[in-house]
Ligand binder design. Sequence first.
Ligand code: HCA
Ligand code: CU
Length: 443
Amino acid sequence: MGPSFSPRTYQPRALEIIDTTLREGQQSSLLHDHFKYYFTTPDKLDIARALILFGVKYLELFAPNVSAQEASDFAAIRQVRDELVYQRGYAFLLAHVRCHPADVEAAIAAGADGLNMYIGTSDVSVRHKHGFGLDEIARRARDLLEDVRRNHPGLLLRFSGEDAFRTREDDLFRVYDVVAHTVDRFGTPDTVGVATPASVMQRVRILRERYPQVALEGHFHDDRGFALVNSLEAVKSGMGFLQTTLLGIGERSGITSMTALLFNLFIDKEYDRLEGYTLRGAYPINVMMADKLRKLVPSKEPVSLTNRTHAAGVHSKAVLNDSSTYEAHPLDQFGVTDTEILLGPLSGWNIMHYFLREICSYSIDETTAKAIAARFKQRTAELNHELSPTGLLIEIAEGEFGLKSQEVPEQFRGQVRQNMTDSNSLQEVGELRHATGVILRSA
Ligand code: HCA
Ligand code: CU
């Protein structure tokens, strides 16, 4: 038995992230696209550990009766959670359960701290999923929830009308009114990604007014590319709980990325909502997740090295002088501490000069660098899987111009204007990156 704690006495922070990487995230098609298919138990433990250390207090998992594997992983994750209690405080394991006694019993038996119960309330759900009318749904949910509340008063109970944003407001009220007295939170999942910032603002306002004693939780799918902006709007409208995943993975185009949401709250100076999250761990946790998926941190993820990567010659030159020319946001506070300039067909002589001098330690003047750059431009068609831009550049420098690399004595290495390293070294921190770029380490 691990340390005991009543989930319902914990005082939530201004924003509580409910991570669902291990539930919604496992429904991502990316797992298939990358021939990964499932997270292994060690993957899940790494993910859970990283999230708890980052400051996440709620992890959503599948109901343990989904499969024998999920049941044993539930227990293993619980163990990891218990081990971290003294270091990072208590984190809650929430089981995603259907409005069904079998799911509820399995979750309770597995030691869940709370139940995230859901049932479809939209017309399509009623018609094609379960066939119960709204009053029947409300009655079943109420009976089950009242029963759990009576027998397990310490459990956190959440109820969601699945497809809430395609459920008419009155229909939602018809069900939520009947169960409101039994629950700690209401979910309002945008299951198919139809919500807009305006509809989110309106829904949050109306639900807060009607159920002032019940906390609200959001879950926004990205079908229109609105998951992030909808979540931001929800938080600013007073929603205290947001479901997110690492890198935003989930069914179809996924849901809100945790780091994208926190990063935007930071930019918008919503600092009180960031209490307790180790923001500098944001990029490392994304790298860890990408590594599990055997992919790069996606280019559309705000907290990514991609957002500090430059290819165009004129950009590179400006960034060499001052990276703020093409980087507006405080990504270093989220752990993206490097700027990367890609060497390639678009590069100018400045970056080549810089690379040859600072990384390769050639003694090289500007005139030679310009001549080498001109040759490089003539030969870019040769670039391919075997010949990288850095390889070609070195081949030209040594083969055509006879340059020789000079060993920089150890004591002088710190004195280069910026400490540049070959991007291969990034693999040490887990990111499989282009391996043709030049990394500028900012301080
Ligand atoms: C699902 C649907 C869900 C549930 C969200 C919730 C959704 O995959 O079961 O429990 O609030 O998007 O509606 O992810
Ligand atoms: Cu979902």
